[in-house]
Design a protein around this ligand. Structure first.
Ligand code: PEP
Length: 251
């Protein structure tokens, strides 16, 4: 198996002071490893704190949780791709379920954000996933395929091969209810198939890491990561405590 990508999404938690303390504890317990890629998506206000904490640790990547669809302008309260890059981020979450559900972001804005991010050397991690009622109606496949097609149309076939995908069933995010490894594998398989049709070649599509997210904990991380087609984890709540996150990062 290729090296997994294990990523923390802190959501709206850990400002600069907490982020500094967290990084001191985490880096003391997590040594660089060649067999995985670890990334942290803090709130934008904590980006430079973490960038500074990582000055001597290039093994841990930094990402921003959201960007605006424009590079600059009169968008009070927003952050842009070039600003995030300047603050040390090389990754960005696009279409995470809170953005879609709580902030009402439509599919079209995920496309703009993916394109703009890449223009500024920030790699998008496009998040897709169905709501519980869609799952109950057996629409999971349709939903994730639609979200993939909607998020990637502004990218060349070559550029699509450089993104990351996170499958995050909405009903599993922050609920304590996790997809079974078999469920995750089945949806990752659908995503992989769709990526093959969107990329220049099957080989290029096979290189795109597909992460699972939704109530991952130190107890279930191993079995989820062992599921066929699951090439990483996107972890919310369980990434907020340095000991728990360190255990998951070492899974
Ligand atoms: C998330 O916010 O992306 C997430 C997966 O959260 P949690 O792990 O808390 O379900």
């Amino acid at each position: 198996m290729r090296r997994p990508v294990i990523a923390a999404n802190w959501k709206m938690n850990h400002g600069p002071t907490e982020a500094r303390a967290f990084m001191a504890a985490f880096l003391a317990s997590y040594s660089p490893r060649q067999d995985r890629t670890v990334a942290i998506f803090p709130p934008a206000l904590s980006l430079t704190t973490i960038r500074d904490a990582l000055a001597a640790r290039r093994d841990v990547l930094l990402g921003v949780q959201n960007i605006h669809g424009a590079a600059k302008g009169a968008f009070t309260g927003e952050n842009s791709a070039p600003m995030a890059r300047d603050a040390g981020a090389t990754l960005v979450l696009v279409g995470q379920s809170a953005r879609r559900r709580v902030f009402g972001e439509p599919d079209e804005s995920t496309a703009k954000k993916c394109a703009l991010a890449l223009q500024y050397s920030v790699t998008p991690m496009l998040c897709v996933g169905e709501r519980i009622e869609q799952r109950d109606r057996h629409e999971t496949e349709d939903v994730v395929v639609r979200q993939l097609r909607a998020g990637l149309p502004l990218l060349s076939k070559k550029a699509i091969a450089s993104v990351l995908i996170a499958y995050e069933p909405v009903w599993a995010i922050g609920t304590g209810r996790t997809a079974t490894p078999a469920d995750a594998s089945a949806v990752h398989d659908v995503i992989r198939r769709e990526l093959k049709s969107l990329c220049a070649s099957s080989d290029a599509a096979a290189e795109i890491p597909i992460l699972y997210g939704g109530s991952v904990t130190r107890d279930n991380a191993k079995s989820l990561l062992a599921a066929p087609g699951v090439e990483g984890l996107l972890v919310g709540g369980a990434s907020l405590d340095a000991a728990s996150w360190s255990a998951i990062a070492c899974t």
